[in-house]
Design a protein around this ligand. Structure first.
Ligand SMILES: [Zn+2]
Length: 278
């Protein structure tokens, strides 16, 4: 049984999870505060979440926030440049989902929205990279998948890497999930996704998949890769309001699939239910 408390309070100084510089670390809210209002949440790791006894949770007063990136990456890149794109898209989609759910109005099955993908994707990647505690006294581990993410985030002139696919879908749940590294295998001969990362919060889920084998099917829309080059260029993305995967997709594998992950790089935050007094 998993009884350890989840560790989410880190060092005040350390190596930035994104740029790798040693400096004062700043708190990153995941997702950004403009998307979801930070409230009292229960934090769990993916293992604690999947295991039957869900009693082991750790409270955080102000949503999921982690001391993990430097002020430059947090304020000058994410906050000032990339997050506004993610926040605007989230607000627009949240509005549609609420109209549909609360007022019962039927919207078209699919809606096209204009986004700046180069900013949107960097915002998603930035918060995923920020979504784990830095290793004390050590710069972030260099490996092909995280290096691809970091380099793309930091080099504003770079194109969306060809070997990254960014899937997205409507996620009508108040449970927030960030997973830094998720590998998915198949016993059905579909191949193996050795690198992927995930960010889910109301109303959207984003799944960044690295080197996806053609044999491995993911039947979801993805952000167009080759239509834009510059940071402020826009393109249309299609939001499918009807075809919604199950809420625990893909972190809880379906039949014929299995997952591998580092439990300490997974965070699930769920608004805490008020228990009343006494
Ligand atoms: Zn940094």
């Amino acid at each position: 049984m998993n009884t350890h408390k989840i560790k989410f309070k880190g060092d005040k100084k350390g190596y930035c999870n994104i740029c790798g510089k040693y400096s004062q670390l700043t708190r990153d809210h995941i997702p950004p505060q403009g998307c979801v209002k930070p409230t009292l949440v229960e934090l769990r790791t993916l293992t604690q979440h999947i295991s039957v006894s869900s009693k082991n949770s750790t409270d955080s007063q102000s949503g999921l926030n982690i001391l993990s990136i430097c002020g430059d990456c947090n304020n000058n890149l994410l906050g000032a440049q990339y997050d506004p794109e993610l926040i605007e898209l989230s607000k627009n989609v949240a509005g549609m989902v609420r109209i549909q759910q609360e007022l019962g109005l039927s919207l078209p099955e699919k809606i096209n929205l204009s986004v700046k993908p180069q900013k949107l994707i960097r915002s998603v990647i930035g918060h995923i990279l920020a979504g784990k505690l830095p290793i004390t006294g050590k710069p972030p581990i260099s490996a092909p998948f995280p290096d691809t993410l970091r380099n793309y985030f930091l080099d504003q002139s770079s194109n969306i890497p060809d070997n990254l696919d960014i899937y997205y879908w409507i996620y009508p749940s108040n449970k927030q999930i960030v997973i830094n590294s998720l590998a998915i295998g198949s016993s059905l001969g579909e191949g193996f996704v050795s690198g992927s990362c995930l960010l889910k919060f109301f109303p959207l889920a984003f799944w960044v998949v690295w080197n996806q084998p053609t044999s491995f099917p993911i039947n979801l829309p993805k952000i167009p890769q080759n239509q834009v080059k510059y940071l402020d260029e826009t393109c249309e993305i299609m939001i499918d309001l009807r075809q919604i995967p199950r809420l625990d997709y893909p972190e809880v594998p379906g039949e014929g699939r299995y997952i591998m992950y580092c439990d300490h790089s997974t965070f699930l935050a769920q608004p805490k239910k008020t228990k009343g007094f006494g």
